[in-house]
Design a protein around this ligand. Structure first.
Ligand code: F6P
Length: 340
C-alpha cells in the first residue's frame, strides 16, 4: 500500500523539502512507496494522482513552491470522507500525509474522525499555530521582508520620506514583529495591538526629528483603534475567511496629512511566499517530512508533526487547532522600546 501526499492551502517556502524528506525516509528506511495528489484536497476528491518516487524528488529541497501544486479546496464540498475513502481504495492508498495550515488541518481532523488515516504537517508563513514553536516558511518570509525593508530604507533616506511596508500574517503579527525588528523599524503595527494614528505619527515624527527617514511596518491584519474589523475589500477565500491586504495604503496618507512628511506605502504581498527557502526552513521542513513518514509507519493517525524547542514531536489535531499563536504582550513591549 502507498502513502498519498498532498499540499493544501496557500503555498509556503519549504513544501518541497517536506515532500523530499518524507519520500526519502520512506524509501531508505521502510521501503515505502508514495503517490502525490495534485492541487491539495481538490486532487484527492478528483482522484488526480501523480507518481512520487525518487526521480520526482531529485533536487527539490531548495525549490520554492510545491511540485504537487496546491489549492484552497475544501474536501467536504467535493464528497467528503466517503469520496476520499473511495479514491484511496481505488488507488491502493492506505494513509495520507496532509501538509497545510489551519484550514487544511481542520479538514484533516474531520476526515480522521470519519476513519481516514491521516498525519498532518503544519505549514504557514504566518507562524500562527500554537502547537508548534515554528512553522517552516516563516523564517523565509521574514528574511524576504527584511531584505525588502532594507531597500525601502535606502530610498526613504534619499528622499527624506516615511516608508510604510505592509507584510502578511493574517490575524497575527509575527512576520511584522520579526522583520520590523531586524530592519530597525521606527514603528511596528500588529493585529494584536490596536494603535491610534496619533501614536503612529508621534513615532514617525520623532524618527524624522532625529534625521532618520521613518520606516513603519504594518501587518495586513492591523486595526487602528478606530476600526472594528481588519481592512478587507477582496471578499472571502474558499474557507469563508476575509481576504486581507491594503491597510498600508490607508495609513500612509493619514501619516502624510498629519505630519506633512511625504509618505509612500509598499505591500510586499506574495513575494513573501515565493522563491527558495532559507537553510533554517529547509532543515525544519526536511525534519517534518521525515517525522511524518515515521508517524504514518507508527500509525499515529490524527496527529500533527510539531517542533518543541529543537525536538520534533507530534500533537493531536485537536490540540493543534485549539488556539491561534498570537504575539504575546511582552514580545511587543520589548520591541516597542525601540520605536520612534
Ligand atoms: O496564510 C498565509 C497567507 O499568506 C496569509 O498571510 C495571507 O493573508 C493569505 O495567506 C493570502 O492568501 P492567498 O494566497 O489566497 O491570497
Amino acid at each position: 500500500m502507498a502513502i498519498g501526499m498532498l499540499t493544501s492551502g496557500g503555498d509556503c517556502p519549504g513544501l518541497n523539502a517536506v515532500i523530499r524528506g518524507a519520500v526519502l525516509k520512506g524509501y531508505k528506511v521502510y521501503d515505502q512507496e508514495f503517490v502525490g495528489f495534485r492541487n491539495g484536497w481538490k486532487g484527492v476528491v478528483e482522484g488526480d494522482i501523480m507518481p512520487l518516487g525518487r526521480p520526482q524528488i531529485i533536487g527539490i529541497g531548495k525549490q520554492g513552491g510545491t511540485i504537487l501544486g496546491t489549492s484552497r479546496t475544501n474536501p467536504f464540498e467535493g464528497g467528503g470522507a466517503e469520496r476520499v475513502a473511495e479514491v484511496m481504495e481505488q488507488n491502493g492508498i492506505d494513509a495520507l500525509i496532509a501538509i497545510g495550515g489551519e484550514g487544511t488541518l481542520a479538514a484533516a481532523k474531520r476526515l480522521t474522525d470519519a476513519g481516514i488515516k491521516i498525519v498532518g504537517v503544519p505549514k504557514t508563513i504566518d507562524n500562527d499555530l500554537s502547537a508548534t514553536d515554528y512553522t517552516f516558511g516563516f523564517d523565509t518570509a521574514v528574511q524576504i521582508a527584511t531584505e525588502a525593508m532594507d531597500r525601502l530604507r535606502t530610498t526613504g533616506d534619499s528622499h527624506g520620506r516615511c516608508m510604510v511596508a505592509e507584510v502578511m500574517g493574517r490575524h497575527v503579527g509575527w512576520i511584522a514583529l520579526h522583520s520590523g525588528m531586524a530592519a530597525g523599524a521606527h514603528a511596528i503595527l500588529i493585529p494584536e495591538r490596536k494603535t491610534s494614528i496619533e501614536q503612529i505619527c508621534e513615532w514617525v515624527q520623532s524618527a524624522m526629528d532625529r534625521g532618520r527617514a521613518p520606516l513603519v511596518v504594518v501587518a495586513e491584519g492591523f486595526k487602528l483603534d478606530s476600526m472594528d474589523d481588519e481592512h478587507s475589500e477582496r471578499g472571502l477565500d474558499a474557507f469563508g475567511r476575509p481576504r486581507l491586504g491594503g491597510i498600508g495604503e490607508i495609513i500612509a496618507p493619514m501619516i502624510e496629512a498629519r505630519t506633512g512628511i511625504e509618505t509612500r506605502a509598499t505591500t510586499l504581498g506574495h513575494i513573501q511566499r515565493g522563491g527558495t527557502p532559507t537553510s533554517y526552513d529547509r532543515v525544519l521542513a526536511t525534519r517534518y517530512g521525515m517525522a511524518a513518514t515515521d508517524s504514518v509507519m507508527d500509525g499515529h493517525w490524527g496527529r500533527m508533526i510539531s517542533l518543541s524547542g529543537t525536538s520534533i514531536t507530534h500533537v493531536s489535531f485537536e490540540d493543534a487547532l485549539g488556539t491561534l499563536k498570537t504575539v504575546p504582550d511582552f514580545r511587543y513591549d520589548e520591541a516597542a522600546v525601540l520605536f520612534g
